[in-house]
Design a protein around this ligand. Structure first.
Ligand code: HEM
Length: 416
């Protein structure tokens, strides 16, 4: 792609054009002003690979972006108590913690998410994917159309994480609404003033639900993550009760929102690049590379936020303590200094150090699970829905700064 000249003062990652395709603007930022101060967002945007990776590894770029917000806004007595409570839950998320709390919260869960522990879930993930696709084949309206997000990627990833946590099957339908509502709080829509009220409501309902679930698990422990967290809470005070709830919310949320987006974008990229799709069908051993390439080419982590914990000098700019920073894995993953032909979707790339799962101490805990789910979901969809293709309808993407994903992905297959 030749990098377009874009007026960075007026450009906006949340404009309709950039929400539909952020890559021209991200390329312009990377080329013209890689450490860019945006007056509109009162934030820095950092877009070159080395800078993004360096900042993710640098503890002066603090992950605790909730407590400054609490001090600025939530301690105001006029702030709605529901919103205060919702941010109280977010404040206990490991992804928003610096050391030493981060390590304590993460260590407890690490064992459940090792590649080996996750590999044991392959048959279950496969079973869920097969069930959903069978449902689509048997219950479509005769036209062979479906929504690959709502009918497939979302229920697949939500069922997997709900299974791991120990959420009963009959309750799963409710998570979609709660999680959609919380998305506004976590990923930020900017400009949508109702998102706080809606997010606080979703958070209140989800935490009430999890409290009940924890009570039930206290009486009847099982082999799942909620029970593991309860025993950690009781054994050596490694986790407080509120942290068990907050971590449950984090896993339910992080466990499917992003992976849904990845499955959607990967299927889209393969449909739009038939040569790559045929290569994958002919050579299944290319699958791990295809998943990495989907993460690189159009991955879910558009930006990752930090708050400066100290003053830092970067490319001649002074980032001051307290200022907000958006680090962009999506921009870094197309940096021509690191990737040949970065705008080409090529599942056969030799080696990809893509930053779609972040890097450093907050490196995505669920990366092995996300890779497994994508590795099952992508080939199964093409195998079980012959002739799977786009319908040609305009795709709608979530209008948020942090994440990239489709609201719906209308598709068609050859119904018999
Ligand atoms: C394709 C899917 C996924 C993507 C693109 C993704 C992306 C990321 C990124 C970029 C981070 C780092 C955030 C930061 O540095 O501030 C992260 C952290 C995290 N992710 Fe994921 N994620 C995915 C799937 C999952 C899944 C399936 C789970 C859980 C089941 C999960 C749980 C977490 C957790 C708990 C953290 C925080 C880790 C920490 O703070 O140490 N993620 N993820």
């Amino acid at each position: 792609m030749t990098v377009p000249q874009i007026d960075l003062e007026t450009a906006d990652l949340l404009s309709d054009a950039a929400v539909a395709d952020p890559y021209p603007l991200l390329a312009a930022l990377r080329e013209q002003d890689p450490v860019h101060w945006s007056a509109k967002y009162r934030s820095w945007f950092i877009t070159r690979y080395d800078d993004v990776a360096g900042a993710l590894r640098d503890e002066r770029f603090s992950s605790d972006r909730i407590s400054p917000y609490r001090r600025a806004k939530l301690e105001n007595p006029e702030t709605d108590p529901g919103l205060r409570a919702a941010f109280g839950v977010l404040e206990d998320w490991m992804v928003f913690k610096d050391q030493p709390d981060h390590k304590r919260l993460r260590r407890l869960l690490s064992r459940a998410f090792t590649p080996r522990a996750v590999a044991e879930m392959t048959p279950r993930v496969d079973e869920i994917a097969e069930e959903l696709l069978r449902d689509v084949r048997e219950h479509h309206d005769g036209s062979g159309t479906l929504d690959l997000i709502g009918d497939y990627a979302y229920p697949l990833t939500a069922s997997v994480i709900a299974d791991m946590l120990g959420v009963p099957r009959e309750d799963r339908g409710r998570f979609k609404d709660w999680s959609d509502q919380i998305t506004g709080l976590v990923f930020g829509g900017m400009g949508d003033s109702s998102r706080h009220a809606v997010g606080a409501q979703g958070m209140a309902e989800l935490t009430a639900y999890l409290s009940e679930l924890i009570r039930a698990h206290e009486q009847h422990p099982a082999d799942d993550l909620i029970s593991a967290m309860i025993s950690a809470r009781d054994a050596d005070d490694a986790l407080s009760h509120d942290e068990v709830i907050a971590t449950g919310v984090l896993l339910l949320f992080a466990g499917h929102e992003t992976t849904t987006n990845l499955i959607g974008s990967a299927l889209l990229a393969l449909m739009q690049h038939p040569d790559q799709r045929h290569a994958l069908e002919a050579r299944p051993e290319l699958l791990p590379g295809a998943v990495e390439e989907a993460l690189r080419f159009d991955g879910p982590a558009k930006t990752v936020a930090r708050v400066m914990g100290d003053d830092v000098e970067l490319r001649g700019r002074r980032l001051r303590r307290g200022e907000r920073v958006f680090l962009s894995p999506s921009a870094a993953n197309r940096d021509p200094e690191v990737f040949d032909d970065p705008d080409t979707f090529d599942i056969g790339r030799e080696k990809s150090a893509q930053l779609g799962f972040g890097v450093g101490m907050h490196y995505c805990l669920g990366a092995p699970l996300a890779r497994l789910e994508a590795s099952v979901a992508i080939p199964r969809a093409f195998q079980r829905l012959p002739g799977l293709r786009e319908t040609g309808e305009r795709l709608e993407w979530h209008p948020v700064l942090l994440s990239r994903g489709m609201r719906r992905f209308p598709a068609r297959f050859d119904a018999r």
